[in-house]
Design a protein around this ligand. Structure first.
Ligand code: NAD
Length: 412
């Protein structure tokens, strides 16, 4: 493959949206301990806006100033190795596709002088932050990314690039649901055992039907609950949930109930015969909703704080008597591990998740800035995907498929 001398990249060159620039930069070539990858597809995430607004203050920037050392944005994506430094030749194969796990649990190996305190004490860095990001035609992969297994091989050659790119956000949902544990006892005279994940045969409640809430519904179905209740105030989003899941839930023998926050307590009483739900997933970041979620739980129920709240809202009240007498509990998680991405890629390869449903916009690399602005303005009803080797304005789509991806790449 002919690797050009220069490429286009979307870079943050300061703080704020005005400093997000589509620029021509050199294509870096790998040292013996680096790998050069071609970026096949990258997706935008709401958290791209956090680094844009916070710059060096962002917790994953560790003081690195993008005004001095511009950073290439983008942390969800699918890449192909095109040039492998000799130290990785036994591990990384030219032509192999990888999904990127952006959160790298490591100290930085390079540019330590650019970090506060010379990088001392750093335990986590990230692709699309201080490590080169994926809104670019090529990306250099540093040794810590590979050493931490954060390039996850794509197992199925027929999986479209966008599906592999979306494996990262979906994997956060897979990981979150595996943070729930139920203490199960079949009868009074049998021993207790721990069940990892949502309770099979129970009632799962998902609060919020944004893109992440919808993925929670999708992954929750694999635990075979008897019922899934989705609470969402936005009519269009409830309708989307109905469109995606009504038929599949019926076929799987799962009762799917869509409701609004106002009617929720009534609905829970109805669906559970007054017992309360076994699992609640709070797929939004609102303190009042987190607090209220305990009220929906039945005995032994678990609420899962998937969305984080802002620092000022971090203290909540919980009824300690219900923890004591009814064994309710709370868990939470943020992000995922490479193993979660590998598991998600397997689910995608087995066609157990339909990623195309969640794509609401697609475009070439020149559309990446518009996409980030659309996410910032909450104009997106799903994910937006970018093909770095194509120049195309952002187009809204109902859904996305392998065939549409091929047409986009072929320029038709
Ligand atoms: N834990 C992780 O690893 C992880 C990963 C990605 C995103 N997140 C977080 O997940 C959350 C959801 O992400 P998203 O992109 O779907 O967000 P989103 O803002 O698009 O969706 C949230 C939804 O909640 C609805 N809502 C508001 N008030 C409600 C209420 N009282 N009851 C029920 N629904 C209500 C909104 O109408 C909206 O549709 C965010 O907080 C995000 O930061 C967490």
């Amino acid at each position: 493959m002919q690797i050009p001398d220069t490429m286009m990249a979307l870079q943050l060159t300061g703080v704020g949206m005005d400093t997000v620039e589509f620029r021509e930069v050199e294509v870096p070539r790998p040292d013996p301990d680096q790998v050069l990858c071609r970026v096949e597809c990258a997706a935008a995430c709401a958290s791209d806006n956090k680094i844009i607004d916070q710059g060096p203050e962002h917790s994953l920037m560790h003081g690195w100033d993008p005004a001095k050392w511009p950073v290439t944005l983008g942390h969800e994506g699918c890449v192909t190795a095109v040039e492998v430094g000799r130290n990785w030749e036994d591990k990384i194969r030219v032509g192999q596709r990888y999904a990127v796990q952006p959160a790298v649990p490591s100290a930085p190996s390079r540019y330590r002088n650019r970090y506060a305190n010379e990088g001392r004490g750093i335990r986590k860095i990230a692709v699309g932050y201080t490590l080169p990001g994926l809104f670019a035609q090529y990306v250099i992969i540093d040794p810590e990314v590979i050493a931490c297994s954060c390039l996850v091989p794509v197992p199925d050659g027929s999986l479209p690039h966008f599906a592999c790119a979306l494996s990262e956000p979906i994997s956060c949902v897979v990981a979150a649901q595996q943070h729930t544990t139920h203490v199960v006892k079949e009868s009074p005279d049998t021993p207790r055992r721990a069940h990892l994940g949502l309770l099979p045969g129970g009632t799962t409640l998902v609060l919020g039907a944004g893109p992440m809430g919808l993925w929670h519904v999708e992954i929750a179905m694999s635990y075979e609950p008897a019922a899934i209740i989705v609470s969402e105030p936005n009519d269009a989003r409830r309708e989307t949930a109905r469109r995606f899941f009504a038929t599949r839930a019926r076929q799987a023998g799962i009762e799917l109930v869509l409701t609004t926050p106002d009617a929720l307590e009534h609905v829970i009483a109805d669906v559970t015969g007054g017992r309360g739900v076994d699992d609640c997933i709070v797929a939004l970041g609102i303190k009042a909703v987190q607090e209220k979620s305990f009220d929906y739980l039945g005995v032994g129920g678990v609420t899962n704080f998937f969305g984080g709240v802002k620092a000022d809202d971090r203290m909540i009240s919980v009824d300690a008597r219900r923890i004591h007498y009814e064994s309710i509990s709370v868990v939470g998680s943020s992000g995922s591990d490479p193993s979660d991405i590998a598991e998600t890629l397997e689910l995608l390869a087995a066609r157990r998740i339909q990623p195309g449903n969640y794509v609401a916009a697609a475009g070439g690399l020149d559309a990446a800035r518009d996409l980030i602005e659309a996410v910032r303005a909450q104009r997106m009803e799903g994910k937006g995907v970018i093909y770095p080797h194509v120049r195309r304005p952002l187009a809204e789509v109902e859904s996305w498929s392998a065939q549409q991806e091929q047409e986009m790449l072929a320029g038709t």
